[in-house]
Design a protein around this ligand. Structure first.
Ligand SMILES: Cc1ncc(COP(=O)(O)O)c(C=O)c1O
Length: 387
């Protein structure tokens, strides 16, 4: 998409010609406090003025402060945080730590999901394409369940696999399958998976890169399903789009049993990045942005649900501030282009699915403005009662 964005302000982006775009895409699950937040700018400037870097070989009180903030709000008994520069790296470390801590090579994940672009992340997801073969081995994919019946089937298949072989050490997934088109797991699915994991001594890893830090209405998306993972991966909203940072959070058990693998990262949590991300996480908490994401997200979903009556719309899905509109025809790219023309940023999950994830701070009025543009692009208007 050839648009040169040169400025951001709140929930809007501006191109080089000064045209305003309401930022419904929000950096693809990344925008939190809104663009040009003065608090973030102040934190980055203050750190830049300090003007130094030291290797992770030395302890850092500022890194420990952020790690303790993450741990304070984490579900279950998390005890350590590993630094890195992106969501893919957070996933990569999780895969290595899970293998080391479980002592078993096989990782079971869900088919059709994006977990990042690096070698292991591409393999646990669906992105190890032919051109980069040989792909890393040791991954088994289960079908993404979309109904209660399918969910029971997938859980049963997982149990059967565990009976048949003794080399499975990890179950790896996303709390909600965002990039696949915002598919919300059927009720009870993850609770059952967690139970099977616990019974069989299998580690549960949740990739919360796209869903964590308030995106789905909770600081940690695992809390939606009462999950207490052994490992959680963070990126995207963790930084609010103001830094290149990721994190992998682990239990003491995983920490103690994964000491053999390297965790050195020269630029992981670089001082300016750390300042921006720490302020972002503090503001998420101070401004209760997860709650805003839940409330405004519910409102936006309510506004958009009636679009399901249109012949071209198959389903409107949303949770917190992450949404998709599935269409009957492969016209998503064309519709996304129309959104841009009408001043709304938009993405596609595939050729027939629109995807968007507005900033967590968005208010109802702005959400309604975006919903009106979407309705117009789909050739209709929002119904009177909700317009
Ligand atoms: C669920 C999930 N995991 C991992 C990643 C990789 O994150 P990054 O692009 O920061 O490497 C993404 C990015 O889209 C993601 O959505």
């Amino acid at each position: 998409m050839k648009i040169d964005f040169v400025r951001g302000e709140g929930c809007s982006l501006f191109d080089a010609q000064g045209k305003e775009y309401l930022d419904f895409l929000g950096g693809w699950c990344t925008a939190t406090t809104g663009w040009r937040d003065p608090e973030i700018a102040k934190a980055i400037a203050a750190q830049a003025a300090e003007g130094f870097y030291h290797t992770p070989y030395f302890a850092s009180a500022k890194q420990e402060h952020l790690a303790s903030l993450l741990l304070k709000h984490a579900p279950g008994k998390m005890s350590r945080v590993f630094r890195c520069c992106s969501g893919s790296e957070a996933v990569e470390f999780a895969l290595r730590a899970a293998r080391a801590a479980s002592g078993k090579p096989i990782i079971v994940s869900i088919d059709g999901v994006y977990h990042g672009h690096t070698y292991g992340a591409a393999a646990v997801g669906n992105d190890c394409v032919k051109a980069m073969e040989p792909c890393p081995t040791g991954y088994i994919k289960l079908k993404m369940p979309k109904t209660a019946e399918e969910a029971r089937g997938v859980v049963a298949q997982f149990e059967l696999l565990l009976k048949e072989r003794n080399d499975i050490g990890t179950f790896f997934s996303e709390p909600v399958w965002t990039n696949a088109g915002m598919f919300i797991p059927p009720a009870g699915f993850y609770e059952a998976i967690q139970e099977v994991c616990r019974k069989n001594g299998v580690l549960l890893v949740m990739d919360e890169v796209a869903t964590g830090m308030g995106r789905l209405g909770k600081m940690y998306a695992s809390s939606l399903w009462g999950l207490e993972p052994d490992i959680i991966c963070l990126g995207k909203s963790f930084t609010g789009g103001f830094a290149a940072m990721g994190a992998t959070i682990v239990t003491e058990h995983v920490f103690k049993n994964s000491r053999a693998i390297s965790d050195y990262s020269t630029f992981g949590w670089l001082p300016q990045d750390l300042a921006a991300t720490t302020r972002n996480v503090e503001l998420l908490i101070e401004r209760d942005l997860p709650k805003n994401a839940e409330e405004v997200g519910d409102y936006l979903l309510e506004l958009l649900k009636p679009l399901e009556k249109l012949l071209k719309v198959k389903a409107v899905r949303g949770l917190g501030m992450a949404f998709s509109i599935e269409l009957h025809l492969p016209i998503a790219n064309m519709l996304a282009g129309l959104c841009f023309k009408n001043g709304l940023t938009m993405a596609t999950a595939d050729s027939s699915t629109l995807f968007f994830s507005p900033p967590l701070c968005m208010d109802r009025e702005t959400a309604k403005r975006g919903a009106e543009i979407l309705a117009k692009v789909l050739g209709t208007k929002l119904p009177e009662e909700s317009a």
